[in-house]
Design a protein around this ligand. Structure first.
Ligand code: FE2
Length: 250
């Protein structure tokens, strides 16, 4: 059995709901093992290198995709179980439930890291509607179920709109990763393809000194205007309208 198949088996045996149950339980193992500690610190090195401008966002995406794909899911589950978790809830009625996570060090003290982590749990009908980002990057590891992930490169901004080029429309299964930055796939859209689905997210914000930590805006690619060069002028819309139009069936 190859590693991907093995990973999928582990994830099926340890779904996100088990991870969330662990959040409500005790502290879990006494301390992180060496591999978990290394993984957390590798993420930190990448986040710091990105924030300092030492690596390009595309490099961050490639490296974080590799790190997330090779994480041992039992190890990650244990770390999530030990983490300080905060129930953030749903941003909109058809959005997934968010828990923010803060990993703990060997002494059980919350780590101060340059990146943030979160779990998003999708019930039937939940979606993350198409949206673009500024001043941040993010990575999304599917830890339960599967998603249709549509992505767009953000070529430029115009008044009230983003000029986009479709960059992907993929089925992303358990153990697989999707990332975004200003350089690649800046607009993304997640629709679950399973009754229950979840992602573990790594987020680095505050990347542009003097700017807000992040800016997230909903866009409407489906009702956008096709331009002569094949790109798309997608109007910026408010999240209430995005949530109304972009149901799981779109
Ligand atoms: Fe996003």
């Amino acid at each position: 059995m190859d590693r991907r198949a093995l990973l999928r088996q582990v994830l099926v045996a340890c779904p996100a709901y088990a991870l969330l149950a662990a959040l409500a339980g005790t502290r879990g193992p006494a301390g992180p093992d060496a591999a978990a500690r290394r993984w957390i610190l590798d993420q930190q090195d990448l986040a710091l290198a990105l924030a300092r401008g030492e690596i390009h966002p595309r490099r961050w995406q490639a490296e974080v995709e590799a790190l997330l794909r090779r994480v041992d899911l039992a190890t990650l589950s244990a770390e999530i179980g030990r983490a300080e978790a905060r129930h953030v809830g749903r941003a909109l009625p058809n959005y997934p439930v968010k828990h923010s996570l803060v990993f703990r060090d060997e002494a059980g003290v919350s780590r101060r890291l340059r990146y943030a982590t979160a779990l998003f749990r999708f019930d039937r009908g939940n979606v993350i509607t198409p949206h673009g980002h500024r001043h941040m990057v993010s990575a999304h590891l599917v830890i339960e179920g599967a998603f249709r992930v549509r992505t767009f490169d953000r070529l430029r901004d115009e008044a009230g709109a983003m000029i986009l080029r479709p960059s992907g429309d993929a089925a992303v299964g358990t153990g697989e990763v999707s990332t975004m930055s200003a350089a690649r796939d800046n607009v993304h859209w997640f629709v679950p393809r399973a009754a229950r689905a979840a992602t573990f997210d790594v987020i680095v914000s505050g990347l542009d000194p003097g700017a807000p930590a992040f800016r997230i805006e909903a866009v409407d690619p489906v009702r956008g205007e096709r331009l002569s060069d094949g790109s798309l002028r997608a109007p910026i819309i408010d999240f209430v309208e995005a949530s109304r139009f972009y149901t799981a069936e779109v």
